[in-house]
Write a protein that binds this ligand. Structure first.
Ligand SMILES: [Zn+2]
Length: 449
């Protein structure tokens, strides 16, 4: 993913103190190092970057009452269940989500936590993430517009706006690291137009800009949301954001399914990024985002697995494949099945990988991530090409990674540290975690305390 998109058979990397010091043919690299990994027969790629998730939702996958609903009904079913979470649940679910992500080649994850019941704090997530060793951009999300004030969430899950802002400031001061190689960055992320007030959107933007941190929210995800914005403000979602000073290169939006060409052009002009979440958009029947249009008009796009209650997994390699396939489906609906020259172009596997790596880095504002180049963070993953899934596809190993069935990473390395080795997560006991996770999930869904 360097400027020339080089692919290097027989290539290797020399890493020191978390950064890439040399990239080249293995024969040209230093012969000695503290640790040498022989990845003969593997393909090594830049670590995947997840730009939208709600780690806590791994606790509420496949909840029967929310399996067959659209976004608003799905949320209304799940809010009461989520309101039973404790700080320990946040920790357990963070570990589960990051374990799954790391095993799918992800090395940096942006998470959006916007519900803080029973003393839960963003600190719980940050602490748990540091044990796994994946980089995180932890969003201080928020909800302040309860049902009684015309919002979607029930009143008991929303927070006081002064407290939200005070806590946001505390988190930035305590955790945000703006330097290259940062393992933790803080993002301010009011949840969505239908769960916060316009004034909280504006004061969050002002606070974020005072500290130079990024802004994130859900936008233009469904037609219900579009309707809500038009009824409340007389504006479509993107125009509403423009009015609130929420367009800029420090902002990225999850979804943006329902955006027209003028709105896409405005994203490109103002530098807004998009977290494209194809699986979630299919799961909740939200629609198909105009991904190829965004790319051709110069919008920054990354991929997100979205919360595990609307996916119901955290496999970023699978998401890369879904992005390619869904973009092709849309192209087909627009006439790509015709053989004339005007037919829309198809998303390629390499482009999908570019969005999942470099695209994600750009969206979350990291110039030190997304490619395997000298001076960049030593974040990568490797897949053994001799596995069953790739049999017969090795004429083009790079494309095979996206076209063939998604597999688990054999190696995942973050900041030069090995997180996954020979397919095993080294930083925690998975069996024990899954057991605790299932206990917590049962307690939340059954309603006990
Ligand atoms: Zn989301």
């Amino acid at each position: 993913m360097d400027e020339h998109r080089r692919e290097m058979p027989g290539g290797g990397l020399f890493i020191r103190d978390g950064f890439i010091e040399q990239v080249g043919l293995t024969v040209d690299l230093p012969e000695r190092a503290d640790e040498i990994l022989d990845m003969t027969g593997h393909i090594v790629l830049p670590g995947l970057i997840n730009t939208h998730h709600h780690f806590y939702q791994t606790l509420t996958r496949v909840v029967p009452a929310a399996q067959n609903s659209n976004l608003f009904n799905w949320l209304k079913t799940l809010y009461p269940i989520w309101s039973r979470m404790t700080p320990e649940d946040i920790q357990i679910s963070t570990k589960t989500a990051l374990a799954e992500l790391a095993l799918s080649g992800c090395t940096t994850a942006a998470d959006h936590l916007y519900i803080f019941p029973n003393g839960s704090r963003l600190d719980d997530e940050i602490e748990a993430a540091s044990e796994i060793g994946v980089r995180i951009h932890a969003s201080r999300g928020s909800m302040s517009l309860g049902e009684s004030k015309g919002g979607l969430p029930p009143d008991h899950v929303v927070e006081d706006e002064d407290f939200i802002l005070k806590d946001s400031q505390r988190l930035i001061e305590q955790y945000h690291d703006p330097k290259p190689g940062a393992m933790v960055q803080i993002v301010l992320a009011p949840c969505s137009p239908f769960s916060v007030t316009p004034s909280l959107m504006q004061s969050s933007a002002a606070l974020a800009r005072e500290y130079g941190v990024h802004l994130h929210t859900h936008l233009a995800e469904t037609q219900d949301e579009e309707q809500f914005c038009i009824e409340k403000s007389g504006l479509r979602p993107v125009a509403f954001m423009e009015k609130l000073s929420w367009l800029g290169s420090d902002v990225w939006f999850a979804h943006s399914v329902h955006v027209n060409h003028d709105e896409i052009r405005l994203y490109a002009k103002t530098g807004c990024g998009v977290a494209h979440c194809p699986t979630s958009n299919m799961r909740l029947a939200s629609g198909i985002a105009p991904l190829m249009d965004m790319l051709s008009m110069g919008v920054k796009v990354g991929l997100g697995v979205d919360g595990s209650a609307s996916n119901d997994g955290s496999n970023l390699l699978e998401e890369t494949r879904q992005a390619m396939l869904l973009a092709r489906l849309r192209a087909g609906l627009l006439g790509a099945s015709k053989s004339d020259k005007t037919a829309p172009a198809l998303m390629t596997a390499r482009k999908a990988l570019e969005i999942a790596t470099l695209g994600g880095a750009t969206v979350i504002g990291r110039t030190d991530l997304g490619s395997l180049e000298i001076g960049k963070c030593a974040d990568l993953f490797a897949l053994n090409l001799s596995r069953l899934e790739y049999a017969g596809g090795l004429h083009d190993p790079v494309s095979a990674v996206v076209f063939c069935a998604p597999v688990k990473a054999d190696y995942t390395i973050v900041a030069g540290k090995i997180i996954v080795k020979e397919g095993n997560l080294l930083t925690l006991d998975l069996l024990r975690l899954v057991e605790r996770h299932n206990q917590a999930a049962r307690r939340l869904v059954d309603g006990g305390n």
